[in-house]
Design a binder for this molecule. Structure first.
Ligand SMILES: [Zn+2]
Length: 115
Protein backbone atom coordinates (compact mmCIF):
# COMPACT_ATOMS: atom_id res chain seq x y z
CA UNK A 1 0.00 0.00 0.00
CA UNK A 2 1.44 3.36 -1.03
CA UNK A 3 1.34 5.86 1.78
CA UNK A 4 0.80 8.69 -0.69
CA UNK A 5 -2.27 7.18 -2.34
CA UNK A 6 -5.15 9.62 -2.29
CA UNK A 7 -3.07 12.65 -1.38
CA UNK A 8 -2.39 15.66 -3.54
CA UNK A 9 0.95 14.19 -4.52
CA UNK A 10 -0.81 11.37 -6.27
CA UNK A 11 -2.80 13.54 -8.68
CA UNK A 12 -1.78 13.46 -12.34
CA UNK A 13 -0.31 16.75 -13.60
CA UNK A 14 -2.78 19.38 -14.70
CA UNK A 15 -2.40 22.32 -17.03
CA UNK A 16 -2.20 25.57 -15.09
CA UNK A 17 -4.09 27.46 -17.76
CA UNK A 18 -7.09 25.30 -18.59
CA UNK A 19 -7.17 22.95 -15.61
CA UNK A 20 -7.34 19.87 -17.84
CA UNK A 21 -5.07 16.92 -17.34
CA UNK A 22 -1.91 17.61 -19.22
CA UNK A 23 -2.58 14.63 -21.44
CA UNK A 24 -5.88 16.22 -22.50
CA UNK A 25 -4.71 19.82 -22.63
CA UNK A 26 -5.28 21.65 -25.91
CA UNK A 27 -3.58 24.90 -24.98
CA UNK A 28 -1.15 26.30 -27.55
CA UNK A 29 2.50 25.95 -26.56
CA UNK A 30 3.49 28.54 -23.98
CA UNK A 31 6.75 29.15 -25.79
CA UNK A 32 5.04 31.04 -28.60
CA UNK A 33 2.82 33.71 -27.12
CA UNK A 34 1.52 35.90 -29.90
CA UNK A 35 0.70 39.47 -29.10
CA UNK A 36 0.25 40.41 -32.73
CA UNK A 37 -2.79 42.60 -33.36
CA UNK A 38 -4.88 42.12 -36.52
CA UNK A 39 -4.22 44.89 -39.09
CA UNK A 40 -7.88 45.91 -39.20
CA UNK A 41 -7.62 47.00 -35.57
CA UNK A 42 -4.73 49.33 -36.26
CA UNK A 43 -4.39 52.67 -37.96
CA UNK A 44 -1.27 53.49 -39.92
CA UNK A 45 -0.48 57.18 -40.14
CA UNK A 46 1.43 58.18 -43.24
CA UNK A 47 3.42 61.30 -43.84
CA UNK A 48 5.99 62.42 -46.35
CA UNK A 49 8.93 64.11 -44.73
CA UNK A 50 12.08 65.78 -45.87
CA UNK A 51 15.33 64.74 -44.26
CA UNK A 52 18.79 66.17 -44.26
CA UNK A 53 20.29 66.86 -47.68
CA UNK A 54 16.85 67.05 -49.25
CA UNK A 55 16.18 63.33 -48.96
CA UNK A 56 12.44 62.58 -49.04
CA UNK A 57 10.99 59.66 -47.10
CA UNK A 58 7.53 58.35 -46.39
CA UNK A 59 7.05 57.56 -42.71
CA UNK A 60 4.51 55.07 -41.38
CA UNK A 61 3.61 55.60 -37.75
CA UNK A 62 1.08 54.07 -35.42
CA UNK A 63 2.09 50.43 -35.87
CA UNK A 64 3.51 49.17 -32.58
CA UNK A 65 6.54 46.86 -32.88
CA UNK A 66 5.03 44.39 -30.42
CA UNK A 67 1.74 44.26 -32.32
CA UNK A 68 3.20 43.76 -35.79
CA UNK A 69 5.89 41.79 -37.52
CA UNK A 70 7.56 45.00 -38.63
CA UNK A 71 10.58 43.43 -40.37
CA UNK A 72 8.24 41.30 -42.52
CA UNK A 73 6.00 44.27 -43.22
CA UNK A 74 8.96 46.43 -44.15
CA UNK A 75 10.20 43.81 -46.59
CA UNK A 76 6.84 43.59 -48.30
CA UNK A 77 6.54 47.36 -48.57
CA UNK A 78 10.08 47.79 -49.86
CA UNK A 79 9.56 45.12 -52.49
CA UNK A 80 6.26 46.57 -53.60
CA UNK A 81 7.68 50.09 -53.83
CA UNK A 82 11.02 49.03 -55.25
CA UNK A 83 12.61 51.33 -52.71
CA UNK A 84 14.85 51.14 -49.69
CA UNK A 85 13.57 51.55 -46.19
CA UNK A 86 14.28 51.03 -42.53
CA UNK A 87 12.68 50.52 -39.15
CA UNK A 88 13.11 53.71 -37.18
CA UNK A 89 12.29 54.58 -33.58
CA UNK A 90 8.92 56.03 -34.45
CA UNK A 91 7.90 53.75 -37.30
CA UNK A 92 8.81 52.50 -40.74
CA UNK A 93 10.55 54.70 -43.22
CA UNK A 94 10.42 54.11 -46.96
CA UNK A 95 12.61 56.14 -49.27
CA UNK A 96 10.95 58.57 -51.61
CA UNK A 97 7.44 59.92 -51.80
CA UNK A 98 5.48 56.67 -51.70
CA UNK A 99 2.34 58.08 -50.16
CA UNK A 100 -0.15 56.87 -52.76
CA UNK A 101 1.39 53.46 -53.11
CA UNK A 102 1.76 52.83 -49.38
CA UNK A 103 -1.77 54.01 -48.71
CA UNK A 104 -3.05 51.43 -51.19
CA UNK A 105 -0.73 48.64 -49.97
CA UNK A 106 -1.49 49.06 -46.28
CA UNK A 107 -5.20 49.12 -47.03
CA UNK A 108 -4.76 45.88 -48.98
CA UNK A 109 -3.04 44.32 -45.98
CA UNK A 110 -6.08 45.31 -43.92
CA UNK A 111 -4.80 48.34 -42.05
CA UNK A 112 -6.82 51.46 -41.58
CA UNK A 113 -4.86 54.31 -43.09
CA UNK A 114 -4.74 57.99 -42.26
CA UNK A 115 -2.70 60.61 -44.02
ZN1 LIG B 1 -4.17 23.62 -20.93
Amino acid sequence: MGLLAGTAWDRPPQCERCGQLESACQCPPAAAPSSLVPPEKQTARLSVERRKKGKVVTVIRGLAPEANDLPALLTRLKNACGAGGAIEDDGLEIQGDQLDRLRKLLAEFGYKVRG
